[in-house]
Design a protein around this ligand. Structure first.
Ligand code: XLS
Ligand code: NI
Ligand code: NI
Length: 439
């Protein structure tokens, strides 16, 4: 087997004073934080699409990425080379999970039957590599947005033939995910949304999306796939309005169609910010509703209004994300999938490594800071005290359903109100102290 990243060694932990860019400064896989090792807490995953098929195109320019498989012209030979390169990459980086879309791993052919045959060939290869390396599939998914047939959407297309095609594609994608023992399967609503309501039957589109998901749930049962189903919210891009806008919108949708018990969320940082939320907000909302499943770990550029999918390096964000994840008792069958790509000017193969190292270090540090925040308990205690009026007296009566408007009116007529400060700035300074302090 040829080596694709020849000058790159296995990436090691060298500690915070290392000036070697090909080394971890904070991610020390076997270091124990609380009750688990960093590796167990973080469960990093490489996104096949950005890392092995992404070329660096943007709306104004073509591909810039230089990859060691570029010279291969036959599409299936190229797909096979990418598999070898991928497993070399996972091994050198020390990442134990990956995620893919069906079309990332095998190129589409002229017919669906031929495309499925190609997929089977590559899946066989991947299965062998997984067995010999111990690398696992975090989740699989289907690309229901790249091919022009999906111009109007997939499950929400106005064209019933497209709905049928999308169903056939997801059926196959679920089968290969199952074959590779995937821990989950993700639904990101590629083009499930609309450009203008002037040509859209929103009710039928939403009903059809629910029908589609019910069919997926039924089929999982039929084939014995026990992995977690994730929905990945995103508010816009490519359509003006994506139906899976944010966690709150999706939860409402799932509940009104009786689907909520079958799904969890795969939450992406850049999608959270596009929806006008912090990542912490989305994770927190999912957590308190028992819906926090997995994370697409990236970040956006706050000055650009699209999904730039940058590697996560903002410590404030990784810290507060890990805070929510730890409070959730971890991600269970989920993980931290780098749905991220190096900038198109970071086009050399080394940049694939540097980018992942930067993200892994930022999350490793975030984990340690968040663990300290939780074991000190100062923030949690503050919140608890802030709401302590609901643990006694009239507050306890409200919570326990003992009083109604009449009793509360009596109470309000006979009592005066004293408020206390929310101390936001004190708390922000405290978080900074944790980030900057010794761990
Ligand atoms: C696109 C999405 C996509 C999903 C998988 O914005 O993030 O990459 O994660 O289809
Ligand atoms: Ni994503
Ligand atoms: Ni995205």
């Amino acid at each position: 087997m040829s080596e694709y990243f020849k000058n790159i060694p296995k990436i090691k932990y060298e500690g915070k004073n290392s000036d070697n860019p090909m080394a971890f400064k904070y991610y020390n896989p076997d270091e124990v934080v609380g009750d688990k090792t960093m590796k167990e807490h973080l469960k990093f995953s490489v996104a096949y699409w950005h890392t092995f098929t992404g070329g660096g195109v943007d709306p104004f320019g073509s591909a810039t990425m230089q990859r060691p498989w570029d010279h291969i012209t036959d599409p299936m030979d190229k797909a096979k080379a990418r598999v070898d390169a991928a497993f070399e990459f996972f091994d050198k980086l020390g990442v134990e999970y990956f995620c893919f879309h069906d079309r990332d791993i095998a190129p589409e052919a002229d017919t669906l039957a031929e495309t499925n045959k190609r997929l089977d060939e590559i899946v066989k290869l991947i299965k062998d590599r997984m067995a010999s390396s111990g690398v696992k599939l975090l989740w699989g998914t289907a690309s229901l947005f790249t091919n022009p047939r999906f111009m109007h959407g997939a499950a929400t297309s106005c064209n019933a033939d497209v709905f049928a095609y999308a169903a056939a594609q997801v059926k196959k994608a679920m089968e290969i995910t199952h074959e590779l023992d995937g821990a989950g399967y993700t639904f990101w609503g590629g083009r499930e949304g609309y450009e203008t309501l002037l040509n859209t039957d929103m009710k039928l589109e939403l009903d059809n999306m629910a029908r589609f998901l019910h069919m997926a749930v039924d089929y999982a049962k039929e084939i014995g796939f026990k992995g977690t189903f994730y929905i990945e919210p995103k508010p816009k891009e490519p359509t003006k309005h994506q139906y899976d806008f944010d966690c709150a919108t999706v939860l409402g949708f799932l509940k009104s169609y009786g689907l909520d018990k079958h799904f969890k969320f795969n939450i992406e940082t850049n999608h959270a910010t596009l929806a006008g939320h912090t990542m912490q907000h989305e994770l927190h909302f999912a957590r308190i509703n028992g819906m926090l499943g997995s994370v697409d770990a990236n970040q956006g550029d706050m000055l650009l209004g699209w999904d730039t999918d940058q590697f996560p390096t903002d410590l404030y964000v990784t810290t507060l994300a890990m805070y929510e994840i730890l409070k959730n008792g971890g991600l269970h069958s989920g993980g931290l999938n780098f749905d991220a790509k190096p900038r198109r000017t970071s086009f050399e193969p080394e940049d694939m490594f540097y980018a992942h190292i930067a993200g892994m270090d930022a999350f490793a540090r975030g984990l340690k800071i968040a663990h300290k925040m939780l074991s000190d308990g100062k923030l949690e205690k503050f919140v608890q005290e802030r709401y302590s009026s609901f643990t006694k007296g009239i507050g306890a009566d409200i919570v326990n359903g003992k009083v109604g408007f009449k009793e509360l009116e009596q109470y309000a007529l006979n009592n005066t109100i004293t408020n206390t400060s929310g101390r936001q700035e004190v708390l922000e300074a405290l978080v900074n102290q944790y980030i900057l302090g010794d761990l």
